[in-house]
Design a protein. Sequence first.
Length: 91
Amino acid sequence: MRNIASNETVTLVIGKAEALILFELLANFYRQTALQIKDDAERLALVRLQGALESTLVEPFAKAYGEIISAARSALLRQWGYLPSDSPSPD
């Protein structure tokens, strides 16, 4: 399994409108049990966020991406205090 350093950072640049829509979407998600896309503005903001991530990250194009994403999931859960046995199963 690959090691994902918890101190690594990524800088993304998105527009103010996207940032506001994403903030509202995520604030609503925090209060609900599921992510609910209400309109095309939210969908477009997510698409633009994915585009910003795609142009920033090199890992999605690596041969071992499955291993990398698995390590990233484990690292993020550990940062929030989840033990591997406590981890929610991916759907």
